[in-house]
Design a protein around this ligand. Structure first.
Ligand SMILES: [Fe+2]
Length: 174
C-alpha cells in the first residue's frame, strides 16, 4: 500500500503537471493538512534539525518538505525564487512578509499566522521569515514550484537587513 508521504508526493507531482500548478497544489494541500494519516506521518519526522532536513522530494519542477519544526524555531528573512504553498498540519506557523526597500534594504509589510489545518500560497517574489511561536512542534508541509535546493536566491541579515546569497547553514537560529 502506498505510504501517506509517498501519496502526497504523487499528488503534488500531478498538481504541478496540471495547467495551473500552484492553484492545484493549493487544493491538494487543503485536503492533506486535514488527512489524519498524512498529519501523523509528517509529525513522525521529528528529528529534523534544519529546514533542509525536511525535504522528502525534489526534482526540477517540485520540492516537497514535510516534518515537525521544533518549538521556538525561526528563520532569517529569505526568498525562494519559486512559488510556494505552505501547509500547516499541526500547530502554527507565523509568516512575516517583507519588501525590498532602497534605504533600509528591507521593510516589513505584513504578518500572517497560519494555524492548523491551514494553507498559505506565496508568490515567486515573496520574501518572508517564518517562526514556530508555540511550545509544541509545528507540523509543516511546504511545496515549491521547482528545485529549492538548486535555485539562486537570497536571505537578509537579520541585524543589518543586507541582502546576501542564500545559504542553508544560515537559515536557522534554533
Ligand atoms: Fe521560506
Amino acid at each position: 500500500m502506498e505510504q501517506p508521504l509517498e501519496s502526497i508526493i504523487r499528488r503534488f507531482a500531478d498538481a504541478v503537471a496540471s495547467p495551473d500548478p500552484q492553484a492545484s497544489a493549493e487544493r491538494v494541500m487543503a485536503e492533506i493538512v486535514r488527512d489524519p494519516a498524512v498529519v501523523a506521518a509528517a509529525a513522525r519526522r521529528s528529528d529534523c534539525r534544519e529546514l533542509r532536513d525536511l525535504v522528502i522530494h525534489k526534482d526540477e519542477r517540485l520540492t516537497v518538505l514535510a516534518g515537525a519544526i521544533p518549538a521556538g524555531f525561526s528563520t532569517s528573512p529569505h526568498n525562494h525564487s519559486l512559488w510556494s504553498v505552505v501547509g500547516v498540519a499541526a500547530g502554527r506557523e507565523d509568516n512575516t512578509f517583507f519588501e525590498r526597500d532602497e534605504e533600509t534594504g528591507l521593510r516589513k509589510v505584513r504578518e500572517v499566522s497560519v494555524v492548523a489545518p491551514g494553507v498559505l500560497a506565496n508568490t515567486v517574489d515573496a520574501i518572508h521569515a517564518i517562526a514556530n511561536p508555540l511550545d509544541e512542534p509545528l507540523v509543516a508541509i511546504h511545496v515549491y514550484g521547482g528545485n529549492l535546493l538548486e535555485v539562486d536566491r537570497s536571505s537578509w541579515d537579520p541585524q543589518t537587513l543586507e541582502e546576501i546569497p542564500f545559504q542553508w547553514d544560515r537559515m536557522t537560529d534554533g
